[in-house]
Design a protein around this ligand. Structure first.
Ligand code: B1M
Length: 208
């Protein structure tokens, strides 16, 4: 599927109502929402990041683009999460302390729900003891997201905090994170994107 330029432009331009309207039109036309996400919506956020790096836009523009992205995501969410199966396992996800980026984390949560997982979304700016509390509530997989090179360092603190909990698996992800970094800090796995994260969770709970 080619890029939907109008949707790309609406998200990049922070036009929330247009983004919602165009997304709804695509859903009504039975356009594959996964492709819409990968070809038009996520690339718009990537372009926003590139422009920010070149000092062509600033934080307010990133913020309004994020709002437009979220308006589109709200429309496709029911299609991504409709699964109707018994929960396969309970997983917790959160963006680590100091980090407010939540679009990628929300996407991972949506895809996991769509794959039949019971997802406890802890939110953003989450400290290690909150993840530990989730582990005490029957969660078997803890998922950490970070978008900043500064905040990804905190993932190690969470891993260290959960040391000795052999019943818990920790998956990390987010743009600056790598598989090597996961190994280095002792996390069990690294998820490249939301689809990859689902595959990894499937493998860890023995569904794959
Ligand atoms: Co910020 N920001 N931001 N930002 N922001 C980035 C991340 C940045 C790369 C932009 C840039 O410079 N090019 C840069 C980080 C540089 C770095 O550390 N290397 C940056 C910066 C610097 C900042 C501030 C410091 C700016 C400032 O204040 N001077 C500030 C920090 C605030 C904070 O968190 N404390 C800041 C603020 C913001 C906004 C609040 C304005 C807004 C966020 C709004 C929100 O999330 N509600 C924002 C935005 C929108 C971005 C960009 C443009 C877009 C992020 C996004 O939503 N991408 C971003 C540039 C970029 O990403 N290229 C940027 C779309 C999303 C679908 O992708 O989140 O990567 P992503 O998720 C992917 C994968 O990474 C993966 O799956 C998803 C796709 O399927 N994934 C996982 C994510 N988590 C996972 C977990 C998993 C598995 C996979 O398992 C556990």
């Amino acid at each position: 599927m080619a890029r939907n330029q109008a949707l790309f432009d609406a998200i990049l331009g922070g036009k929330r109502k247009d983004a919602a309207r165009i997304t709804q039109e695509c859903v009504d036309a039975n356009i594959n929402v996964q492709e819409l996400l990968n070809e038009s919506m996520i690339p718009a956020m990537r372009e926003m990041g590139d422009r920010f790096s070149r000092n062509e836009v600033f934080v307010p523009e990133m913020l309004i683009a994020a709002r437009a992205m979220k308006a589109g995501l709200e429309i496709i969410e029911p299609l991504l999460v409709q699964s109707g199966m018994e929960p396969r396992a309970r997983v917790a996800i959160g963006t680590v302390k100091g980090d407010l980026h939540d679009i990628g984390k929300n996407l991972v949560a949506m895809m996991l729900r769509g794959a039949g997982y019971d997802v406890l979304d802890l939110g953003v700016d989450i400290e290690a003891d909150k993840f530990a509390e989730a582990a005490d509530q029957g969660v078997k997989i803890i998922m950490l997201s970070a978008l900043l090179t500064t905040t990804m360092q905190y993932m190690k603190e969470v891993v260290d905090h959960l040391e000795g909990r052999n019943d818990i698996k920790i998956i990390i992800g987010g743009a600056p994170v790598t598989a090597d970094y996961a190994k280095e800090i002792g996390a069990h796995a690294y998820g490249r994107d939301a689809n990859d994260a689902v595959k990894i969770v499937d493998a860890l709970v023995g569904v794959a």
